[in-house]
Structure formats: structure tokens, C-alpha cells
Design a protein around this ligand. Structure first.
Ligand code: NAP
Length: 324
């Protein structure tokens, strides 16, 4: 599909793209670039690419597809480093969880003749780094592309086919719309998880150890989301501020109503809401975006006999991954 794929950043998402591209034979050469020597060495040891360099400009030279797989806050200096090395006719894309600010920041810097098509695979886990990637990450997940009006349709088709070959369903939409939808489906839920786990972190020691001891309830599932990469999520909230505040406002209004329902003992009101929310989960399962297995497919029964890493792999393979 492509002669040379350049991946700038080789963490969870970059390494998953590398693995799936290799497995499906979608690029003749995969060039990998990252910031730190130790990350580059880890990628090399895992055999994720064909060439490895700390110089992002060297990686993109001769590439017909370049994908930025780094936190959105790091885009500007990286773009300044690579822009003169981008080949005319190449596709420049990314995987960042926010799209409006990415387009505003990078758009004006893209050289003439380079096709800029921002993207966001709605797939992920709470793990980071080259070793955390796996080739099935994008299977059955959505990938949103947000090309500006007037972008070459042939280039959009090529990138759509690439993500399709990685296993994703692809949809094009306006960047502002993407940011609003993701604010409620991903960004605000992460903020809530960071907040509730932060509340526990601030509890006095005795209560905190009890929460950890008895955490096999709702709290435990929040901790998985709250274990997501701090730098990546800091950048999401710095760059999607307006949409997050809009959705957070709605959330807080609804939370106040629920608080009132608890205070006045409005049983029918609460039951009606909890029935509607249960139906939402069923529709996510029907849409193939979640496992129908109880407790997110965690192994039960002889679970105590399963060593922790195996249990974690089982969990991940059964679709327990979070998205961004
Ligand atoms: P990750 O596993 O933490 O990997 C981040 C990569 O970016 C590493 O190669 C890291 O290199 C590099 N990097 C970090 N800071 C950098 C900087 N200042 N300059 C240059 N390179 C830098 O992250 P990830 O989960 O793959 O996320 C990458 C992108 O994917 C983010 O934009 C995120 O919004 C998006 N995304 C994430 C998910 C998810 O669930 N994780 C889902 C969809 C989209 P070094 O190790 O060499 O520093």
C-alpha cells in the first residue's frame, strides 16, 4: 500500500500500527523515530521497524505516509523539525486524541503538495510504551479522519484503505464535531476517573487502605482508566478545553439532579435512570465495541490460580481496553 511508513513516536499506538502494518504487509519499509535513546532501543529489540533513528527528519525523508504518534503537546517542535524533509505527495497524519487544535497548530506549517489528514483511532489501553502495543488493537474499532475541506480525495481514500486494512472502520468528520463527541465519550469519563481516584488518594491512610482492600467494586474499574498516561491526558485537557468544559457542565447539572434524587429518596426517578443507562451498555455490546462477558471478561472461578500477568493479558484480549 505504501513504500515507506514513518512513525514518529513508538508507544502504545505507534507500536500497534507498526505491528499491524508488518503483519498485513502494508508498507515495504517502516521507519521508526522517537525522542529517547532507550525507547528507540526497546523498539529495535522488539523488531518493530526496518530503520531506527532519533532524528525525526531522517525518518520522514522518502516516506509516502508519515504518522505522528506522540502526545499532542509535542507536535509543534516535531513538525518544525520534519517539515522541510516531508516529500511532496506524502500523506501526513497523526493519531492524537484531539483534532481541532492539531489542525490549527499543524495546518499552516504543512508544506504545499503534502496531504495533511489528521486521524484518531478510537482504540487503546491504559498501558504505554513500545512493548504495550499489539496488532489487533484496531480490529473492529473506529478510526476518525478529520481532513480539511479541499483535501485531495485520492489521499483520503488511501489513508482510509490503510486504516481499513489495520482492521478499523473509518469515518470522516469535522474536527470540532470530533472534539465534542470525544469530550463526552472519552475525555470527561477520564476526568471523572482521575477525580474519584484522586479523592481516595487524599483520604487519610486508614480509610485509603480499606478502599484498596475492598476495591473489587466500582472503584477498581475507575482505577484502570485513572492509570492512563499522565502526559497524554494532560495534553488532552489542555487542547480540548472548550468541548470538555461544555460536556462537564452538562454532567454537573445531571449530577446535581441525581444528588437531589438521592437526598429526597426519589426511588422511581433513580430506577428509571439506571434502566436507561443499562440499555446504553447493551447497545455498546451490540455494536461490537465491548465484550458481553460479565465483569469485562475477567476470569472468575479459579481466577486466584491465574498468575497476575496472564490475567491481565486475558483481560486485554477480551476487549477491556480504554480508548482516548
Ligand atoms: P505512549 O505509549 O506514551 O508513547 C508516546 C510516544 O511519544 C513515545 O514514543 C515517546 O517517546 C513519544 N514522545 C513523548 N513525548 C514526546 C516529546 N515531547 N517529543 C517527542 N516525542 C515524544 O503514548 P500513546 O498511548 O501511544 O499515545 C500517543 C498518541 O496517541 C497521543 O497523541 C494520544 O493522544 C493518542 N492516542 C492514545 C490512545 C491511548 O489509549 N493511549 C488512544 C488513541 C489515541 P519517548 O519514549 O522516546 O519519549
Amino acid at each position: 500500500m505504501f513504500n515507506k511508513l514513518a512513525l514518529i513516536g513508538i508507544g502504545l499506538i505507534g507500536s500497534s500500527i507498526a505491528r499491524a502494518t508488518r503483519l498485513k504487509g502494508l508498507a515495504k519499509t517502516i521507519a521508526i523515530s522517537t525522542r529517547k535513546e532507550e525507547t528507540l532501543e526497546e523498539a529495535r529489540a522488539l523488531g518493530l521497524g526496518d530503520t531506527y533513528t532519533l532524528d525525526a527528519a531522517e525518518a520522514v525523508r522518502g516516506a509516502d505516509l508519515v504518522i505522528l504518534c506522540i502526545p499532542v503537546g509535542a507536535y509543534l517542535p516535531v513538525m518544525e523539525a520534519i517539515r522541510d524533509a516531508l516529500e511532496p505527495g506524502a500523506i501526513l497524519s497523526d493519531v492524537g486524541s484531539v483534532k481541532g487544535q492539531v489542525m490549527a497548530t499543524l495546518g499552516p506549517l504543512v508544506p504545499k503538495g503534502v496531504h495533511f489528514i489528521p486521524g484518531h483511532p478510537i482504540a487503546g489501553t491504559e498501558h504505554s510504551g513500545p512493548a504495550s502495543g499489539f496488532p489487533e488493537l484496531f480490529t473492529g474499532r473506529w478510526c476518525v479522519l478529520t481532513p480539511a475541506p479541499g483535501t485531495d480525495p485520492v489521499a483520503i481514500d488511501r489513508l482510509t484503505s490503510f486504516w481499513g486494512a489495520l482492521g478499523s472502520n473509518v469515518e470522516c468528520m469535522d474536527a470540532a464535531h470530533h472534539d465534542l463527541v470525544l469530550a463526552i465519550t472519552s475525555h470527561v469519563p477520564h476526568l471523572i476517573a482521575y477525580n474519584i481516584v484522586g479523592t481516595v488518594a487524599d483520604l487519610e491512610a486508614a480509610t485509603q487502605s480499606e478502599v484498596i482492600k475492598f476495591s473489587a467494586s466500582g472503584f477498581r474499574d475507575f482505577t484502570r482508566i485513572a492509570a492512563s498516561d499522565p502526559v497524554m491526558w494532560r495534553d488532552v485537557f489542555l487542547t480540548n478545553r472548550d468541548a470538555v468544559l461544555e460536556m462537564l457542565g452538562r454532567f454537573l447539572e445531571d449530577l446535581s439532579q441525581l444528588q437531589r434524587a438521592v437526598r429526597i429518596g426519589d426511588g422511581p426517578g433513580m430506577e428509571a435512570l439506571f434502566t436507561r443507562t443499562r440499555a446504553i451498555r447493551r447497545s455498546i455490546i451490540t455494536a461490537g465495541q465491548e465484550t458481553a462477558a460479565a465483569d469485562f471478561g475477567r476470569p472468575h472461578g479459579n481466577a486466584s490460580a491465574v498468575p497476575e500477568p496472564v490475567a491481565e493479558v486475558l483481560f486485554r484480549e477480551h476487549g477491556g481496553g480504554e480508548d482516548a
